[in-house]
Ligand binder design. Structure first.
Ligand SMILES: Nc1ncnc2c1ncn2[C@@H]1O[C@H](COP(=O)(O)OP(=O)(O)OP(=O)(O)O)[C@@H](O)[C@H]1O
Ligand SMILES: [Mg+2]
Length: 227
């Protein structure tokens, strides 16, 4: 049985204009794509093919030049900046390198931060974080700051933070970059389990063959087009 689409993308293009030369560059070229609820989707493609640009637009962090993204039938173009921020906070978890952990907070506090903004009650926050940290074998690291964690441990804390607020969608940009293959595989398994258990839709950009193989849906981008 086909599940409803959580994300619908119609005729999406993104043109960047270089600051000084005014040269235009089409990073996304007429993308059409539907993503089912609960899907585990990989966006693959060479460097510069538009993966991050697409994730940024799906996550309402950036606006397209033309075309539309709808999340649960809400066209993102109709949202005010405040409404976009609300949508991100309530519905979308991010595992992006640009949204790294906060250096002065320990793992527990970093994981808790988004849930705090969402108004999740403290009891549920703490209990749930500790439980998830345990499942990820991170419970002994709850008091450590990011600088005291390996890259893989930091990525896992970022995944905990992303899923804690029960988002409908998690967007992850190169979640296994900088990880050894074993840690990378563990992280993907973790995300897959979260997707199955909680019905979260995962979309991740990747270069990693192993990650592509674990995806339920594989989308290949080349020069801003789906191939
Ligand atoms: N702010 C920007 N201004 C101008 N061009 C940009 C900007 N951001 C991205 N681009 C260009 O758009 C294209 C797509 O970039 P994007 O970051 O989406 O690629 P990517 O597939 O994520 O690459 P990578 O695998 O290296 O992360 C690239 O050619 C890039 O140089
Ligand atoms: Mg990228």
């Amino acid at each position: 049985m086909q599940r409803p689409y959580i994300i619908t993308i119609n005729n999406l293009s993104k043109v960047y204009t270089e600051k000084y030369s005014n040269i235009q560059y089409k990073a996304l070229d007429n993308i059409n794509l539907n993503i089912e609820e609960g899907d585990f989707t990989a966006i693959a493609g060479p460097s510069g093919s538009g993966k991050t640009t697409l994730l940024n637009i799906i996550g309402a962090l950036d606006k397209p030049t033309s075309g539309e993204v709808m999340i649960e039938n809400t066209p993102l173009s109709t949202l005010t900046a405040t409404e976009s921020a609300q949508l991100r906070l309530k519905n979308i978890g991010f595992v992006f390198q640009a949204y790294n952990l906060i250096p002065t907070l320990n793992s527990l506090e970093n994981a808790e931060y988004v849930a705090l903004l969402q108004g999740v009650p403290q009891n549920r926050r703490r209990n749930e974080i500790l439980q998830i940290l345990k499942e990820l074998r991170l419970d002994n690291l709850a008091n450590r700051k990011p600088s005291e964690l390996s890259a893989g441990q930091q990525q896992r804390v970022a995944v905990v933070r992303a899923i804690l607020g029960r988002p409908k969608i998690v967007l992850a940009d190169e979640p296994t970059a900088n990880l050894d293959s074993k840690t990378g595989a563990e992280l993907i398994e973790l995300m897959k389990t979260m997707s199955q258990n909680l019905g979260i839709t995962f979309i991740f950009a990747t270069h990693d063959k192993m990650v592509m193989e674990k995806a339920k849906t594989l989308i290949q981008l080349h020069d801003g087009k789906i191939i």
